[in-house]
Write a protein that binds this ligand. Structure first.
Ligand SMILES: CC(=O)SCCNC(=O)CCNC(=O)[C@H](O)C(C)(C)COP(=O)(O)OP(=O)(O)OC[C@H]1O[C@@H](n2cnc3c(N)ncnc32)[C@H](O)[C@@H]1OP(=O)(O)O
Ligand SMILES: CC(C)C(=O)C(=O)O
Length: 803
């Protein structure tokens, strides 16, 4: 049947009470009501499968834990389960002393008797009796007149009084009484008052103390009118019932029109003292009023509700398991989506809200003022309910850059600059649109790592920084007394498509030096347009995060800066220079895409395209040695000389052989040319000097050496000098590790200067060695360098003898 064109022929409007002098609209609820949870009664009776005793027990314990002091635990006359549950609570002493058990009974003597029997022996119990009083129920259900309806209530109140007094005498149970004129909101207001006055009289012992008051519960058994109508009825009742001070007025709203919460709040403004309801609004039909919602509404007004939902998820878990009903995802305060924003402008506002609030709170804290919560779109701090902020922002195709940036900030600790937010937003948008689904935090962080080649080998790009050194040298061109800017030199090992390459470049700073290296060696011609950095974490765990935007170099500075094509990169490193360099390579990876890069030349013939770095790369790939820059230059000259006779061409093997011979670098274990057989290093008193003595093999021959110095290397030099006519001194020392874990070795590079007898001019040479012991590797490098000196010294003496 379709909806009626004129529903007035079927539905009559509610009859409002005429209460022109109503006071409630100006009132504000500044204190919580007395709460009565009826989950185990009204909630339970509405379930397809009423709760079992273990379910009721776990629900009861949850209510107690939340702080409920009055709990309607059952309708004992309904079933053995209901009856036995109450007995179990009492007999197993499960009820805390400050909690009142409430039980419901109809106005029938046999059932009242069973109800009182159920609570016999409990410390404190509220017997709750009801009979419907509205015209509809009088005529249709009970077929009673007004007088008979009133008489039914009075008679059974008297029965309850008698039975409870007997029970108190026998078991010491303390009783209170609650009476409900069921269907109150549809009952003639004067008749509801009349019945309640008669019930009060029949009970006969209402007092002003908390546990003496009679409770008149005013149910909106079915919500038939708007909440202001209900509030008028409550105010009318509250103003006109006699001995108001001996009464607690209780509200029992249902939610048929969806305004149960409003009805309860307005009803409290209208004078009610108590509210009955269920957690998350379970109950007959559309449910009872939701106590969690009501309590947290108060909380957000700065009023503690005196019930606690700090771990709301634990409460949801118990309630949904017992009721076998879900909590709607958009349920106030409790639904899984209520602290979530998908849409871009909401996310943006929340992100800005958090940032502003952090600053505001820091200021308030410093001034000893309250740190108020003021957050766009979030009326309550999810943390107060045990929820984390992670859930606040979720991303789909409706989301904007702000939300994505918030998640990256929360999960990776990175504060992206605004333009990078825009760039990364496009990446996520594309995925979200293509896959037509929500992007999880993991989707976003994975996309971030992939896009910017962060987070280990899984996401490495084609260019990958292995090691680097930044050095400074004055820029050319300074004239007398004029300040000269320092230039920076980048020397690094970069994995290029899996192959290690030595790259070198110069620039005003480390990043431009690396860009120069990329341009020179790999034909990647990019300029830096934007750079920013921040620290992640604190103290010794702090790292640096860098963000760069690179643009293709057009040759014209203005045009380059204005380029519409740009590539972002992100770098993280314990070292600030390292993070910037990694960011440049991250952006360069994005710029090169799949474009082929110039191959490493394995034949190192001397044409215009083979330079010092190419030679160093060949040594790196064959011997794993990362030559210091000055050694690269020195070896390059040696290679040029060696290749002179072959027109500048030299084979790969000849190159490696030349290196070994020249720098005494032999890593074979049997019959080593240079070895430290044994050595002893003594630290001499407090002078900080060291004495070295040991047995060494120098150029295949065993030699005993002894010397003193500031450390092992200078002691070795002193020992060597004892056997020379001239004098060697260390000019440069460098080292690095090779390999990983237990296989790691130290590579040492020593440049020594030699000055012949009689102060003949100085010349320098290098020694290179590796050893699993770093001191031994340094000593071996000194010996290897010395070998070259000895040869030159002998040569010098021979020449002198001939003269
Ligand atoms: C608004 C509310 O939520 S009220 C609480 C409702 N909760 C429940 O009904 C759950 C528990 N109920 C039960 O287990 C059963 O209904 C019982 C045990 C109470 C009674 O069962 P039965 O005797 O079989 O009666 P039934 O369930 O058919 O109830 C209807 C009868 O109770 C009467 N009745 C209804 N409410 C009341 C009341 N408050 N006081 C006295 N009698 C009542 C009806 O007029 C009807 O009487 P009739 O049979 O003479 O016509
Ligand atoms: C028994 C009464 C209080 C009731 O549940 C109702 O009217 O909804």
């Amino acid at each position: 049947m379709p909806m009626l064109a004129d529903p007035s022929i079927k539905y009559k409007p509610y009859t409002p009470l005429n209460l022109p002098d109503r006071q409630w609209p100006a009132k504000i609820n500044r204190a919580p009501p007395i709460w009565l949870s009826t989950d185990l009664r009204d909630g339970n009776q509405a379930l397809a499968n009423p709760m079992t005793i273990p379910q009721k027990m776990s629900f009861f314990e949850t209510l107690v834990k939340c702080g409920f002091k009055e709990i309607e635990v059952s309708y004992p006359a309904a079933s053995d389960t209901d009856f036995n549950f109450v007995r179990m609570l009492i007999e197993e002493n499960r009820v805390p002393d400050d909690v009142w058990l409430q039980v419901l009974t109809p106005a029938r003597e046999d059932l009242i008797k069973r109800t009182v029997d159920a609570v016999a022996g409990s410390k404190r119990a509220i017997i709750h009796m009801y009979n419907a009083t509205s015209c509809l129920f009088r005529t249709v259900v009970f077929r009673n007149s007004k007088e008979e309806t009133l008489a039914l209530a009075v008679k059974h109140t008297e029965i309850i009084r008698k039975l409870t007094e007997e029970c108190t005498a026998k078991y010491g149970t303390q009783f209170r009484y609650e009476y409900s004129p069921e269907t109150f909101s549809q009952t003639e207001p004067e008749f509801a008052l009349e019945v309640c006055e008669a019930v009060k009289k029949a009970w006969g012992k209402a007092g002003t103390a908390y546990d003496e008051r009679i409770i008149f519960n005013l149910p909106a058994t079915v919500e038939i009118g708007p909440p202001n109508h209900y509030a008028d009825l409550v105010e009318h009742f509250s103003r006109n019932i006699s001995e108001r001070e001996k009464i607690f007025i209780s509200l029992h709203p249902h939610n048929d029109r969806g305004t149960g919460i409003a009805a309860a709040e307005l009803g409290q403004m209208a004078g009610a003292d108590r509210v009955e309801g269920c957690l998350f609004g379970n109950g007959e039909r559309t449910g009872n009023v939701d106590l969690v919602n009501l309590a947290l509404n108060l909380y957000t007004q700065g009023v503690h509700p005196k019930v606690d939902f700090s771990d709301i998820q634990a409460v949801i878990d118990v309630v949904t398991a017992c009721n076998d009903l879900p909590v709607h995802p958009r349920h106030p305060y409790a639904g899984e989506l209520v602290f979530t924003a998908f849409s871009g402008s909401h996310q943006d506002a929340i992100k800005k809200g958090f940032e502003a609030q952090r600053a505001r709170h820091a200021k308030a804290r410093a001034q000893g003022e309250p740190e108020h919560w003021e957050m766009p779109y979030l009326p309550i701090d999810p943390a107060d309910l045990g929820s984390t902020y992670e859930a606040v922002i979720r991303v789909n195709a409706q989301s904007g850059k702000g939300g994505i940036a918030y998640l990256v900030q929360q999960h990776l600790g990175l504060d992206m600059p605004r333009k990078l937010q825009v760039a990364f937003y496009a990446v996520i948008q594309e995925i979200a649109d293509r896959e037509a689904r929500e992007m999880t935090v993991e989707d976003i962080t994975t996309a971030f790592r992939k896009t910017f080649h962060l987070g280990g080998s899984a996401y490495e790009g084609r260019l990958n920084l292995k090691s680097f050194r930044i050095s400074a040298e004055p820029a050319a061109g300074g004239v007398d007394g004029e300040a000269v800017d320092e230039r920076r030199q980048f020397d690094g090992t970069v994995s290029v498509d899996g192959q290690l390459r030595v790259l070198r470049g110069d620039g005003n700073g480390p990043l431009s030096a690396l860009l120069d290296a990329l341009r020179t060696h790999l034909q990647i011609d990019l300029s830096l347009r934007e750079y920013s950095e921040h620290t992640i974490g604190q103290d010794q765990n702090a790292k640096a995060a860098s963000f760069v935007e690179l643009v293709p170099n057009s040759g014209d500075v203005k045009e380059t800066r204005a380029s519409t094509e740009s590539y972002w990169g992100v770098g993280i490193d314990a070292d600030i220079a390292g993070s910037g360099l990694r960011a440049v390579l991250s952006a360069a990876n994005n710029a090169i895409g799949d474009r082929p890069l110039p191959e490493l030349k394995l034949s190192v013939g001397f044409n215009a395209r083979s330079g010092q770095a190419d030679i160093a790369t060949a040594i790196l790939n064959s011997l794993k040695l990362e030559l210091p820059r000055r050694l690269q230059a020195s070896f390059f000259e040696a290679v040029q000389r060696a290749a002179h006779g072959s027109g500048g061409e030299i084979s790969y093997d000849a190159l490696v052989g030349l290196f070994r011979e020249r720098y005494g670098y032999y890593d074979e274990e049997e019959n080593p040319r240079f070895a430290v057989k044994s050595f002893k290093l003594e630290h001499l008193n407090a002078s900080g000097r060291a004495k070295l003595s040991g047995e060494f093999i120098i150029n295949g021959k065993p030699v005993s050496l002894e010397g003193e110095g500031n450390g092992p290397l200078s002691a070795a030099v002193e020992a060597v000098n004892r056997g020379l006519d001239g004098k060697v001194s260390i000019r440069e020392y460098a080292e690095h590790s090779i390999g990983e874990g237990s296989e790691v070795k130290a590579a040492s590079y020593v440049e020594v200067a030699y000055e012949g007898p009689g102060g003949s001019p100085k010349w320098t040479t290098w020694g290179v060695a590796i050893d699993s012991d770093i001191t031994a590797s340094g000593l071996k490098a000194v010996l290897a360098a010395t070998k070259a000196v000895e040869l030159a010294d002998e040569e010098a003496r021979r020449t002198a003898g001939q003269k």
